[in-house]
Ligand binder design. Structure first.
Ligand SMILES: Nc1nc2c(c(=O)[nH]1)N[C@H]1C(S)=C(S)[C@@H](COP(=O)(O)O)O[C@H]1N2
Ligand SMILES: [Mo]
Length: 449
């Protein structure tokens, strides 16, 4: 019998030989090893079940463990080595287009954004090709040899920098989430029960960003100590331009990034350089960055006097609502999924533009009782965390919901609390707790709490 040298599931990589006198019989070596593997599988199963407790054991009894290699598929010959590895043909991952809040799956020509498939991802880092995209006038593919960044305004030494200039400077790499202030906007007024979590919450992603700290560039240009605001402008046709206050938070966290997840930025995400303003609305993270201008007051571009303002219940508009507040969402089970009675892994993502996540709670009875979910480390500044919890569904209709708290003590509001201050006419910064209803058939739908 041929035997693989890779450990079978539930076995230790190097199963120790059974104690006893040295084996002098003619027993077949392979058969003996198989027996040891099976033995160790049984052992680890028993150990696991003991540790897990009786409730979990009952739920786990169904899947049979492989007893011999005859129970697992044979080894398979491979394709040649490749220059770019592709996803498995068994895995389908794509963004979904949107043309206005909740109007999804539109012709890309009409789309204003495309959303990350949060329901199909694990861990916290978003693959670059699945990073949500929000571009106001298409995605130019700029020539890095010609691209320049101008730094001017209240500075002693105005400078024009090319990509190699940036790359010669000290760099930093950091994991941060990025979120469009429009994330969640489909749920301000009503909850479309057909939406998936990709469709309700897919305007947030997380990446490792690398580039030059803004504070270093400010030194190079000799920014005036009296400067309190910075204008950042993009090199796309829309020329998105935003004023950013030079708060301690901004001075310590902002990067001019040229890489994402280890590779140069992709064109859709600002190649060859973009601003990264961690924790604040995605709109400030100007792509295709061509200009930073320092001044004493906000520059009042149309992007902040008109587009990114919030209509309040009083009829007045709020400007410069910049932070992405504490938020979380259960990504599985989530909208349009179907669950079976029995053990479930509830999992999701939590993040806060104010700092680290301190706690994630979940409820499986529509918010009447709450339990603390386990957070997978590491827990980083202005970064998403993955949380999870075990839950046994008894087959009765119910509602599941999560609630995050950040290190500053900010608690993700329920919908009523959010609407009490913001009304229903706001468009941006919807961070209310997300409720998923589960019906008697196990169908999961987007609902308002
Ligand atoms: N120059 C420029 N920068 C831009 C935009 C744009 O259209 N042009 N879109 C902004 C918005 S609204 C968001 S949410 C983020 C999205 O970045 P991404 O497409 O890499 O996810 O970029 C911001 N920076
Ligand atoms: Mo955005």
């Amino acid at each position: 019998m041929a035997i693989d040298d890779t450990p079978a599931p539930h076995t230790r990589p190097h199963a120790p030989r059974r104690a006893g006198p040295p084996d002098t019989t003619t027993q077949d070596e392979d058969a003996q090893t198989c027996a040891l593997l099976a033995d160790s599988a049984r052992l680890s199963r028993r150990k696991f079940l003991n540790a897990a407790g009786a409730g979990v054991a009952a739920a786990l009894a169904a899947p049979a463990l492989a007893e011999t290699l005859a129970d697992v598929p044979p080894r398979v010959p491979g394709d040649p080595i490749s220059l770019n590895s592709k996803r498995s043909t068994h895995v389908a991952l794509a963004r979904i287009t949107e043309s206005s809040p909740g109007k999804l799956n539109v012709d890309p020509v009409l789309a204003i954004n495309s959303k990350t498939p949060l329901d199909k991802l694990e861990g916290t880092v978003t693959p670059s090709d699945l990073h949500y995209e929000r571009s106001h006038s298409g995605s130019p593919d700029l020539d890095p040899a010609r691209h320049r960044l101008l730094i001017h305004g209240m500075v002693r030494n105005p400078v024009v920098l090319a990509l190699p200039d940036l790359k010669a400077m000290p760099s930093l790499s950091r994991l941060h989430f990025m979120e469009c202030s429009g994330n969640g906007w489909a749920n301000w007024k009503k909850a479309d029960p057909t939406l998936t979590v990709q469709e309700t919450h897919g305007l947030v992603s997380m990446h490792e960003w690398a580039g030059v700290p803004l504070s270093y560039l400010m030194e190079v240009a000799g920014v005036d100590r009296d400067a309190t605001w910075m204008l950042a402008e993009g090199g796309d046709a829309a020329g998105v331009a935003r004023s950013i206050p030079l708060t301690p938070d901004v001075l310590s966290d902002v990067l001019v990034a040229y890489a994402q997840n280890g590779e140069p930025l992709r064109p859709a995400h600002g190649f060859p350089m973009r601003l990264l303003v961690p924790g604040m609305e995605g709109n400030l993270s100007i792509k295709w960055l061509r200009r930073l201008k320092f001044g004493k007051q906000p520059f009042m571009t149309r992007w902040e006097t008109d587009r990114y303002t919030q209509l309040l219940p009083s009829g007045k508009s709020r400007q410069f609502q910049l932070y992405q507040e504490v938020n979380s969402v259960i990504t599985s089970p989530s909208g349009t999924m179907r669950i079976e009675r029995g053990r479930q892994r509830i999992t999701g993502l939590a993040w806060s533009g104010r700092g680290k996540i301190a706690k994630v709670e979940f409820s499986t009875d529509g918010g009447h009782s709450w339990h603390v979910a386990r957070i997978n480390p590491p827990v980083l500044h202005k970064a998403q965390v993955r949380f999870e919890a075990a839950w046994t569904w008894d087959g009765k209709p119910t509602r599941i919901v999560s609630r995050a708290t950040d290190e500053k003590g900010n608690v993700q509001p329920d919908r009523k609390t959010l609407l009490a201050t913001m009304g229903e006419n706001a468009l941006f910064h919807y961070n209310a707790q997300q409720t998923w209803a589960i019906d008697a058939q196990g169908g999961v739908t987007n609902v308002l709490a």
